[in-house]
Design a protein around this ligand. Structure first.
Ligand SMILES: O=c1ccn([C@@H]2O[C@H](COP(=O)(O)O)[C@@H](O)[C@H]2O)c(=O)[nH]1
Length: 246
């Protein structure tokens, strides 16, 4: 088949980050991407601007939702916050691994209790390790004593022991996390930059094919798609790379 005619279908391993500041801008992107994208991430910018209406819209349109609020507070507060967002019907939720064992345990427990009460599938909990915008220099400035790679691995081990479903880490750490945690542990990687995209503020980056080769489960990609001149063309190129390499 001629490459131009090839149809790239949505793949749940591609999560598109909807980092826009209004419901209308979100709707425009989601409508434009149509059937090419099945999984979206709603982060702080969109959620704080437009709230849970965004999630209802995505679900009504058959999309899966990763709610990336990176919860970080005492266990009681995080547990009850996870209960609240579980009621919205999201599929993935983030907490910060730095919140510690008891906080992650509370997140996992409240996701399960709430989903059981509602009779729905429970959302999976991901623990954010070290943000992909850090390089070693920036990391030392905030008191990081271990190399980032080692600290991420320690947090991933703690996350696994605490009973959450996986971590958010850079693709550069995916291979060592995969070796430590085995195949059932989710490794969700932002910091993905296809060869056609600029780096922006991301520091620990890799291409989609490198990320999957190193053990990523799912990729989070925002600006390379959402700020492309043609978001559908960018999404198709990434889906092609995923199809050919993962
Ligand atoms: O360590 C992290 C954790 C979360 N993110 C989020 O992923 C997307 C990446 O967007 P790009 O435009 O592809 O850079 C964004 O929503 C971040 O909040 C991350 O980048 N790194």
């Amino acid at each position: 088949m001629d490459e131009k005619e090839e149809v790239y279908t949505a793949d749940d391993r591609l999560i598109v980050a909807l980092d826009v500041d209004s419901f209308d801008k979100m709707k425009e992107l989601v409508d434009e991407l149509g059937d090419l994208v099945s999984y979206y991430k709603v982060g702080m910018e969109l959620y704080y601007s437009a709230g849970s209406e965004t999630i209802h819209y995505l679900k009504e349109h058959g999309k899966k939702v990763f709610l990336d609020l990176k919860l970080h507070d005492i266990p009681n507060t995080v547990g009850h916050s996870v209960a609240s967002v579980t009621r919205l019907g999201v599929n993935l939720i983030t907490v910060h691994a730095g919140g510690g064992r008891a906080m992650m345990q509370a997140a996992a427990r409240y996701a399960k209790i709430t989903a059981d009460e509602l009779g729905v599938e429970r959302p999976k909990i991901l623990a954010v390790t070290v943000l992909t915008s850090f390089d070693d220099q920036g990391w030392q400035e905030v008191g990081g004593h271990l190399p980032i790679q080692d600290h991420v691995l320690e947090l991933a081990q703690l996350a696994k022991d605490s009973g959450v479903d996986g971590v958010v880490a850079s693709p550069r750490e995916a291979s060592s996390i995969r070796k430590m945690a085995g195949n059932d542990f989710l490794i969700v990687t932002p910091g993905i930059r296809p060869s056609f995209a600029q780096t922006d503020d991301q520091k620990r980056i890799a291409t989609p094919s490198e990320a999957f080769k190193d053990g990523s489960s799912m990729l989070v990609i925002g600006r390379p798609i959402t700020q492309a001149i043609d978001p559908c063309a960018a999404a198709r190129l990434i889906l092609k790379e995923i199809k050919e390499n993962a």
